[in-house]
Design a protein around this ligand. Structure first.
Ligand SMILES: [Zn+2]
Length: 199
């Protein structure tokens, strides 16, 4: 069993190496934020091989339930729904789908699943959201935007019928007739200005 002194020495050595590595890699992209990988059931999404050319936008959701129950639901073979990430109210991040795959989170016009990444947030549209949750979500979205060349700007108004790029709420995603849908999330208590300022 290592002594405390030896442990500290090892941490110190690793810390020194870490600083050197950080300097050497300062021109490369930031590391992906840490996520808890909890894979969705394969019957709840479309397997694909998407990259930056296929991923154009991010859709923000509120789960109307806890993050844990949302992630569990994506693992139920009968759910027929999935989003790539779920952010808990304390900022803890779950990932249920690889970014390369197509989630089923923005039904209606197929493009909004095909070309987006879906992010759920534990909680309810009828209440506010903790700062830790905004910050965690923004950290992830910033990384996704950099990784897939998605503009760090909000899609304004109601999306048309596919082809937008940027960040949008589920309420902006049109239904099958390309008209406005009946989803309200993330809702009136989601502070878009603050959220976008963090991204
Ligand atoms: Zn939604």
């Amino acid at each position: 069993m290592p002594t405390r002194r030896n442990m500290l020495k090892r941490i110190g050595a690793a810390g020194t190496a870490g600083v050197g590595a950080a300097v050497l890699s300062s021109n490369t992209a930031a590391a992906k934020p840490t996520v808890d990988w909890e894979p969705a059931h394969s019957s709840n999404y479309t397997a694909a091989n998407r990259g930056a050319a296929e991923i154009d936008a991010i859709v923000i959701h509120v789960a109307q339930g806890s993050a844990e129950s949302t992630v569990n639901w994506f693992q139920d073979p009968d759910a027929n729904v999935s989003a790539h990430y779920t952010i808990r109210d304390d900022g803890y991040k779950y990932q249920s789908l690889s970014d390369i795959n197509i989630g089923w989170h923005a039904g209606g016009v197929g493009w909004y699943n095909d070309a987006t990444i879906g992010i759920e947030h534990g909680g309810y549209v009828s209440s506010g959201f903790p700062d830790a949750q905004y910050r965690s979500s923004a950290e992830l979205v910033r990384w996704l935007c950099n990784e897939y060349n998605i503009p760090k700007s909000r899609v304004s108004g109601v999306a048309s019928c596919g082809g937008e790029s940027g960040i949008m709420g589920h309420h902006q995603v049109p239904e099958t007739d390309c008209g406005y849908n009946d989803h309200t999330d993330p809702g009136q208590y989601w502070d878009w200005d603050y959220y976008m300022s963090l991204i």
